[in-house]
Ligand binder design. Structure first.
Ligand SMILES: Nc1ncnc2c1ncn2[C@@H]1O[C@H](COP(=O)(O)OP(=O)(O)O)[C@@H](O)[C@H]1O
Ligand SMILES: [Mg+2]
Length: 327
């Protein structure tokens, strides 16, 4: 059976601790409950679901942002009743629960990824939260390099020693080695717009990497740089660019004894959750004011990705699942 979140959302199931069960059960007659063939009606399930969300909403902030409903993954209990979405602590999901959630929610990785991301976007838009964006501009950017030519261009030991010596002489105005100046970027200007993907194309050695490094503020100090790079109007020396931008090199070093999953888990923990926790907090507050309940799959996904200090994260399972189809 295909997983349909709207359908799953409206389903019922077992819930141990909550008061919601006793409330909703009391309103149903006993025959219904004990008759194996009696299927819960859609509206009863919706009521139970709403009660669960209402109970989660009443929790203190710390617990509220860690508690979500695990979507009932299209299963029935032994009596043939549909299982309700179950309350879970997103920091305590075990490996099997995470894997099952990702498997079912992202069944067709490419298509379901877009569906979840769209839902996530809609959830944020619905309560009128606008996410901060960054626009990067580069203006009359020129990058030049001083290069040694001929046999002095090889980074051999003798050359290195000579270069060091000559750079000292250079300080007092004496230049011996033949140098040529290479202009890597010549007066380039442009804008990298937010909320879209930008593709940079060019033949080898055309300066793609140099431009990206310049935008990230990571160019080699020995290069001669002129022009201006700004993020939302701020120059690179007016803020800490590494907090806003990341330059990921074509080469990366990994710890050989760690598995791919461990490596991703480790890097996820090092990155932290950034502003996701604050976003979730604001989102929860506004949804409460507006009387909106979230959808279980999106809520669980967002809360799990904003939970700090989790050793093995749902996001790792997600990354593995989604990146497998991309490469
Ligand atoms: N730090 C540097 N010193 C001297 N030359 C450099 C330096 N960085 C890049 N270059 C030269 O600039 C040119 C463009 O390099 P690069 O930006 O890496 O091109 P691309 O990424 O498009 O292949 C190349 O010829 C490269 O050798
Ligand atoms: Mg390159």
């Amino acid at each position: 059976m295909d997983y349909d979140p709207a359908h799953a959302m409206s389903r019922g199931g077992s819930m141990r601790q909550s008061i919601s069960r006793s409330v909703s059960r009391a309103s149903r007659n006993l025959e219904d409950i004990f008759s194996p063939s009696a299927r819960r009606t859609k509206s009863t399930n919706e009521d139970e679901e709403a009660l669960k969300w209402a109970a989660i909403e009443k929790l203190p902030t710390y617990s509220r942002l860690r508690t979500s409903l695990m979507p009932a993954l299209g299963e029935d209990d032994i009596y043939g009743n549909q299982i309700l979405n179950k309350e879970v602590d997103v920091t305590k999901l075990d490996g099997e629960e995470r894997a099952r959630f990702i498997d079912v929610v992202f069944k067709v990785a490419e298509q379901d990824n877009e569906r979840i991301l769209t839902k996530l976007r809609n959830r944020i838009d619905r309560v009128g939260i606008t996410l901060p964006t960054v626009e990067v501009r580069y203006d009359h950017l020129t990058v030049k390099a001083d290069c040694y030519t001929g046999d002095r261009s090889l980074p051999s030991l003798t050359n290195t020693v000579r270069n060091m010596g000559e750079s000292l002489l250079g300080l007092v105005g004496i230049h011996l080695a033949k140098k040529a100046q290479l202009t890597i970027l010549k007066d380039v200007s442009g804008i990298v717009k937010p909320s879209r993907m930008t593709l940079l194309l060019g033949p080898p050695s055309s300066g793609k990497t140099t431009l990206l490094l310049a935008l990230a503020g990571k160019l080699d100090k020995s290069l001669d740089i002129s022009g201006e790079v700004t993020y939302n109007g701020y120059r690179l020396n007016e803020f800490v660019p590494i907090k806003t931008s990341a330059y990921i090199s074509q080469n990366d070093l990994h710890v050989g004894i760690m598995t791919v999953k461990e490596t991703l888990d480790f890097s996820a923990r090092c990155q932290g959750v950034g502003t996701r926790y604050d976003l979730l907090n604001e989102l929860a507050r506004r949804e409460k004011d507006a009387g909106i309940f979230p959808e279980a799959d999106v809520d669980l996904f967002m809360k799990a990705s904003a939970a700090q200090g989790v050793k093995s994260s749902l996001i790792t399972d997600y990354t593995l699942k989604v990146s497998i189809f991309q490469h």
